[in-house]
Structures are given as structure tokens and as C-alpha cells.
Ligand binder design. Structure first.
Ligand code: ADP
Ligand code: MG
Length: 380
């Protein structure tokens, strides 16, 4: 999607919000959610819901599509955006919207402001456009997984980012202050200044080099590797101090490829300094230099940390699609149970979905950042 048409937020009624949430829940196990099911989940009068859905389609928050077996509704990118933004405004985390300030490979970045007009940064994660691409479209369920996956992947990415940012910020790392997270959106402090890639000269090149390398080592000693430590994900604030951003890809130093990721981060800094500032140093950290003094990876349940499941597994499970599936695995035949998808529309299931809608609507109230610790508690 292009620009955020936030004016629409004002026109979304609580019923619209409920219907969109019902479609979101229905999409957990339906590629297309039949109108009658949306009505049941939303627990609103049948006729009324159809009018609401029609209008939501007109505004492109939903689409109505023809499937092989039945027709139904699907949440669009914009629909998902509005759910998250509405939730964040309901919680009074954000009150107004500004301009788009960045387009990453997998995100859109906007300035927003809270009720007191303090500027904040909003990151919308956009994943799933390339993943699951190789899945053979041999069964509807695979197609469903394919088409719904962007929703889960984007949410996982945002949740991970918020968890890392919170854990790093709590330890005094130079990262934006995390404010809140909902679905695929992260709200954080707006960093003044700009990315290092826009900087052509600094006062003390050597000092900055040392500071960045010290940062890589300090992360490593906490048990984590950034994994994308480059001039696009390092910002220099107005005081010329580095601020690290962009965390969804972070891994544990116990990851099987940890050394490779660590060396790659170090190499990024060395090459950038050579290219941009003509600065080279024989001093640079090595993976074997690390002395672990913290367990940030364990706290956040990082990818690669021992055998604990990661955040992604928890969310995937909650979404009812089993453990996180990689692209290669997804091609297999391990989802035979999907055949009886239709029989799942039992009363129990409906009650669960209704409860999830109720929980979701209730959850979108003011929330403190320390809630994240709950998220990161891993499965004992
Ligand atoms: P991606 O994962 O898509 O690379 P990033 O988190 O790296 O997304 O953000 C993309 C760009 O948006 C950054 O290079 C930076 O210019 C800008 N940006 C991101 N976060 C902030 C922030 N907290 N404050 C100011 N600008 C930001
Ligand atoms: Mg980035």
C-alpha cells in the first residue's frame, strides 16, 4: 500500500473494528472467511454485518474473493494496518500521523505523535512477500498458508523487534526507547539525526569506529548478534552518538552460525569505514574474544538459543499453524490434517474465535512496555 489514509480511522466505527477483527481471527484457518462465519464470530446481526463488510470492501480494508469451494472475505494490507493503528490510538499510544520517513526492504516507517504532540516513530513490518514463494499450489491449505502467511510473519517480526528493543533498552544500549507494539506495528522513540549512510564526515573517525566495535562486543557479551549491523541500521543522533535500530533478525551467540554472523557484522563496519572515511584499523573484535556476562538471548528466546522455542513458535502455535515452518519444510506433506478443515467450524471453535475477538478488543487498551516480559517468558 502507498500512503496511510489515516482519515479513514476516524470513520471506522466500533462495529467495523469488530468485523475486521472477526475476519482476522477467521483467517487463522480459512483462506477466505465466509460472510456467515464473519457474522457469527463478530456476533452481530447477520444482515447488518453484510452491509458493514460491503463498505469495508469499498474502502479496500477487505476483499471479497471467489475460492474453489466457497467465496469469502480476506483482510487486505490496509485492513491489517487499520486494525493495528486503531488499537494503538484506542490505547492512546498515538494520537496523530505524520509523514513516511523511510521504506525498508521489509517495512514502512512513519512519524507519529502522542496526545502531547511528542513525536514518535511507527514501523509497520511487511513480510511474507518473498517467503513461501516456492510452495507448490497443490492444495487449498497450502494456498491458504501462503496467502495468510504475510499476516503472521509481519506480526512475528514486529513482536521480535519489540522484545529485543525492550531488552536492549533496559540494559542501557543506545537503541530507540520502545513504546508499544500491536500486530505488525512497533512504536518507538523517533531518533533525531539520520542513518550513518548519509554521513560523509565525522569529527573523530577512530573514536566512532571504536565505539561501534565496542557495541558489537557488548551485544556479543550479552549473548546476541545484531545480524545486520550496517550503515543503514546505525543512526547518528544530533549529538553525533550512534543509535542502533532494526532488530527482527537478531540471533543468539549460540546459534550454529553465530561466528559467521558476528564476523559479518564486524566486516560491515570495517568495510564501511574504509570506503567512506578511508579508515582502516588492524584492531577488530573476534568471536572468540567474547566473554558472556548476560543472557539477553535467553530472556528474549532468541533464534538459535539452545533448544527453547522462539517467539515465532509461540505465535505460530497460537495462530494454530503448528511450529514455525521454513521455506524448505513448507514444501512437504506434513499438513494432512488440513483436509478436515471444514469440520472445524464447530460450536467450540466458534466460541473460541468469539472469545479471541473479545480478548483482542479488550487487549487494545493502554498497555505498559513491561508487558513484554510476559511475551518473552519461554516455555519451561
Ligand atoms: P528495515 O527493517 O525495513 O530495514 P529499519 O528499522 O532499518 O527498517 O528502518 C528503515 C529506515 O527508517 C532507517 O534506515 C531509518 O532511516 C528510518 N528509521 C527507522 N527507525 C527510526 C527511528 N526510530 N527514528 C528515526 N528514523 C528511523
Ligand atoms: Mg534496516
Amino acid at each position: 500500500m502507498g500512503k496511510l489514509d489515516v482519515a479513514m480511522l476516524r470513520y471506522l466505527t466500533p462495529e467495523d473494528f469488530r468485523v475486521l477483527t472477526a475476519v482476522e481471527m477467521g483467517m487463522k484457518n480459512h483462506e477466505l472467511v465466509p460472510g456467515s462465519l464473519v457474522a457469527s464470530i463478530a456476533n452481530l446481526r447477520h444482515g447488518g454485518v453484510h452491509k458493514l463488510m460491503k463498505d469495508l470492501c469499498k474502502h479496500r480494508l477487505l476483499t471479497y474473493e471467489r475460492g474453489k469451494q466457497y467465496d469469502g472475505y480476506r483482510l487486505t494490507n490496509s485492513g491489517y494496518d487499520y486494525l493495528a493503528l486503531k488499537a494503538l490510538t484506542n490505547r492512546k499510544v498515538i494520537a496523530s500521523f505524520g509523514n513516511q520517513i523511510g521504506v525498508g526492504k521489509e517495512s514502512n516507517i512513519y512519524t507519529v505523535a502522542d496526545e502531547d504532540k511528542n513525536p514518535l516513530c511507527l514501523k509497520l513490518h511487511r513480510l511474507g512477500r518473498t517467503c513461501f514463494r516456492n510452495i507448490k499450489d497443490k492444495r487449498d491449505y497450502h494456498a491458504h498458508r501462503h496467502r495468510a502467511s504475510w499476516l503472521y510473519l509481519s506480526r512475528i517480526s514486529a513482536t521480535k523487534e519489540f522484545a529485543y528493543m525492550s531488552a536492549l533498552h533496559a540494559r542501557g544500549f543506545p537503541v530507540p526507547r520502545p513504546v508499544d507494539c500491536n500486530r505488525h506495528c512497533v512504536v518507538m522513540e523517533l531518533v533525531t539525526g539520520g542513518p550513518l549512510t548519509h554521513v560523509s564526515a565525522v569529527e573523530d573517525v577512530e573514536a566512532l569506529y571504536d565505539e561501534l566495535m565496542a557495541l558489537v562486543v557488548r551485544l556479543g557479551n550479552c549473548g546476541v548478534i545484531h545480524g545486520d549491523f550496517n550503515e543503514f541500521n546505525l543512526m547518528l543522533d544530533e549529538a553525533g552518538r550512534p543509535v542502533l535500530i532494526d532488530f527482527p533478525q537478531m540471533v543468539s551467540t549460540e546459534h550454529p552460525n553465530a561466528e559467521l554472523y558476528f564476523d559479518r557484522d564486524v566486516k560491515c563496519v570495517r568495510e564501511f569505514f574504509k570506503k567512506r572515511f578511508g579508515y582502516e584499523s588492524t584492531l577488530f573484535p573476534r568471536f572468540t574474544d567474547l566473554e558472556r556476562d548476560d543472557r539477553l538471548d535467553q530472556e528474549v528466546a532468541c533464534s538459535g538459543y539452545k533448544r527453547t522455542k522462539g517467539i515465532e513458535d509461540d505465535l505460530m502455535q497460537e495462530m494454530g499453524i503448528g511450529l514455525a515452518v521454513s521455506e524448505d519444510e513448507a514444501d512437504g506433506d506434513e499438513y494432512e490434517d488440513a483436509e478436515d478443515e471444514k469440520t472445524k467450524d464447530t460450536e467450540d471453535e466458534l466460541a473460541t474465535l468469539r472469545q479471541q475477538v473479545a480478548d483482542s478488543l479488550q487487549h487494545d487498551e493502554p498497555q505498559l512496555t513491561e508487558n513484554i516480559t510476559k511475551l518473552s517468558i519461554d516455555n519451561k
